[in-house]
Design a protein around this ligand. Structure first.
Ligand code: HEC
Length: 196
């Protein structure tokens, strides 16, 4: 009986291949990032048209992290935006994220395609997806200070983010990345339970 139990247990943990995990995480990660992107940019545009960049910055300052946190809970994953040049130091990259960001930057410098990827950690699986400056709207708050970012907006940014480094970007630049963390064991259990 004991042996049988042990065998079954082992079989259970081996039913999901690493390949299957990666495929699932890639699809799911893309979905979660798209949802988060849509929610953030929808609200950003709404507050921009309500009260211009200043109103929108107040929105980003108070709500962007709350939105990503609550989306995280809805999806039972942890959702983060990070980058090499940051506005909010709370979005700082971990060591692994830092390395990935540097790889993305290098790929961009080499004109190689930037691709989302899946990274296996001890207990977690990370989905990372590059964020490029792909819309002129981004430059209203991440472009050149004083020209693309208007004077009043600069003052507000300087007040809210004294260590702001997330400006002077140009179209096509790497702004940062989505980093979405999944619990490895939960995914394995989930995939096993849906298997048949
Ligand atoms: C209305 C101003 C505004 C616009 C427009 C804007 N951002 Fe931001 N962005 C901010 C603010 C403010 C923060 C800091 C949010 C916080 O406190 O977490 C931020 C943070 C970020 C971050 C998180 C990393 C960091 O620096 O803290 C990323 C990534 C980002 N923005 C990308 C973009 C992209 C891509 C666009 C265009 C699609 C864009 N932003 C448009 C104001 C803006």
């Amino acid at each position: 009986m004991i042996l049988l139990g042990a065998c079954q247990q082992q079989e259970q943990t081996q039913t999901v291949s690493s390949q299957q995990l990666d495929t699932w995480v890639l699809a799911q990660g893309n979905q979660v990032a798209a949802d988060a992107q849509k929610t953030l940019s929808g609200q950003l545009k709404a507050s921009m048209s309500d009260g211009g960049p200043q109103q929108a910055i107040r929105f980003c300052n108070t709500a962007a992290r709350t939105i990503t946190d609550s989306l995280s809970r809805g999806h039972e994953v942890s959702i983060k935006r990070t980058g090499l040049k940051l506005r909010n130091p709370q979005n700082s990259p971990t060591q692994i994220e830092q390395a990935v960001l540097e790889e993305f930057q290098q790929a961009l410098n080499d004109s190689t395609a930037l691709e989302s990827k899946v990274i296996h950690l001890d207990h977690e699986i990370l989905f990372v997806k590059p964020i490029l400056i792909n819309n002129p709207l981004c430059l209203t708050c991440h472009g050149a200070k004083g020209t693309q970012i208007g004077e009043e907006t600069v003052q507000l940014l300087d007040r809210l983010y004294p260590n702001d480094a997330a400006y002077a970007f140009q179209m096509g630049d790497l702004r940062g990345m989505w980093s979405i963390t999944f619990d490895k064991q939960e995914i394995e259990q989930y995939l096993n339970s849906t298997k048949k």
